[in-house]
Design a protein around this ligand. Structure first.
Ligand SMILES: Cc1ncc(COP(=O)(O)O)c(C=O)c1O
Length: 422
């Protein structure tokens, strides 16, 4: 049995009933999220408690951030010790955890250098800038970038410009010019879109926000071969798939293809905001002092969190265990897809998985998420018709089985004719 969670609501919780929190959230926060949201107050491992005392198995994991569950043992001590020693110094000074992090990441991945910033989108901004800077340094005239339909790279200017989803882009047009889009996994389309005008290609080895859609090996190999021939930079967005979520330290290892740059974030900081752009020395050679920067990037506190996270993911046997759990989850989800007519397919890589609803399903993704939540399981949408399943990487087989049986019950409920629903 998992350890019981002690509700650790904030000091104001005793004085304000949950409904008042919901009203406050609705009245006070910018309305860019659907408000009010489920209000979580404490967690332990794969479980969280809401403000009203409801307990959930958390298979959202802070959108693929909490790789070690909630309140993992050792993290708080490491952070409080670092914060009591040196919390922040800015990019004007070196700090020991930051250097150690660069050492650990380059050793784990074979990339040569790292740039640190705070979030996935910022990492993508940096990588796209670095691709253009590299072209400039090499005297290549092409400045275009190629990204893919279904990809998600973030909400800031450059990252949003490389994200295809019209509803994310349209309110903010005009975006940064010079970005082309092609169909994901379509090798035959590359001939017409990937030419000498392109200085960088940005791709997720598995499209997370689109609902855990893996690349094919042929597609990634074709991108590698063509970018190498053209002298363009291949940039892997491993913000979601990296740090073991795809079953390897980086998901690109699964395909045997290495980029010129890789962006990591999410689980890298174990809940603290940090991103890393890993690069070859060929990319680093194009950068010079003053060209790019970030006040908080790789600060002692966030770098300590990342060093702690790396010590967990790179511990002997951890990634093998992730792959064993992933196999178990995949088999369970395949069985659900075979059993329920409302599911078109189950798919994914490692513990980045999703079920896509059948085109004629009588329910939609938000309804499935709500039905799972009512039964004690938190899930997150992926794309229009898919629901992602993102357990912590150290999830137990019992927790996976529990989640699968809740999903089964939710699908059975939604699949029944309306009058006959449990
Ligand atoms: C693949 C990928 N890239 C970039 C981002 C943007 O990261 P952030 O939300 O930290 O800016 C995300 C976020 O979901 C992502 O999944």
């Amino acid at each position: 049995m998992p350890e019981a969670i002690t509700p650790a609501a904030p000091a104001v919780a005793a004085a304000i009933v949950p409904a008042a929190f919901a009203d406050a959230e609705k009245a006070l926060l910018a309305p860019n999220y659907p408000l009010p949201r489920l209000h979580l107050v404490s967690g332990r491992g794969a479980r969280v408690l809401d403000v009203a005392g409801g307990e959930y198995l958390d298979f959202v994991s802070g959108i693929a951030v909490n790789a070690f569950g909630h309140a993992p043992k050792g993290l708080a001590d490491a952070l409080s010790s670092q914060l009591g020693t040196l919390g922040h110094v800015s990019n004007l000074f070196a700090n020991t955890p930051g250097i150690e992090l660069a050492q650990a990441l380059t050793a784990a991945t074979g990339y040569d250098r790292a740039f640190f910033c705070n979030s996935g989108t910022e990492g993508i901004e940096a990588a796209l800038k670095f691709a253009r800077a590299r072209a400039l340094k090499k005297g290549q005239k092409g400045r275009d970038l190629l990204a893919f339909k279904g990809g998600f790279h973030g909400r800031t200017g450059f990252a949003l410009s490389a994200t295809y989803t019209p509803s994310y882009r349209e309110p903010f047009l005009p975006l940064i010019p010079g970005i082309r889009f092609a169909d994901y996994n379509d090798v035959s389309a590359l001939g017409s879109v990937l030419d000498s005008e392109v200085c960088g290609v940005l791709v997720e080895p598995i499209q997370g926000e689109s609902g855990a859609v893996p690349a094919t090996r042929d597609f990634l190999l074709a991108l590698r071969t063509r970018t190498t021939a053209l002298g363009a930079a291949l940039i892997f967005d491993e913000v979601q798939s990296g740090m073991g979520r795809g079953g390897h330290f980086l998901a690109q290892e699964h395909f045997g293809v290495k980029g010129d740059m890789t962006v990591m974030s999410k689980a890298l900081g174990a809940g603290l905001p940090i991103a890393a752009v890993l690069m070859t020395s060929d990319v680093a050679d194009a950068l010079a002092p003053g060209m790019h920067g970030c006040t908080f990037g790789g600060n002692p506190l966030c770098a300590t969190a990342a060093n702690w996270a790396l010590s967990q993911v790179l511990a002997p046997g951890f990634l093998e265990q992730v792959r064993r759990s992933a196999k178990h989850l995949a088999q369970g989800m395949d069985a659900l897809a075979a059993k329920h007519a409302g599911v078109r397919e189950a798919r994914g890589l490692g513990l980045l998985r999703a079920i896509e609803l059948a085109p004629d399903a009588a329910f939609d993704a938000p309804a499935l998420i709500a039905a799972a939540r009512e039964r004690g399981l938190l899930l997150v949408r992926g794309g229009e018709r898919a629901v992602r399943v993102l357990p912590p990487l150290n999830v137990t087989l019992d927790e996976l089985n529990e989640a699968l049986s809740i999903l089964d019950a939710a699908l059975t409920h939604l699949g029944a004719p309306e009058g006959a629903r449990s």
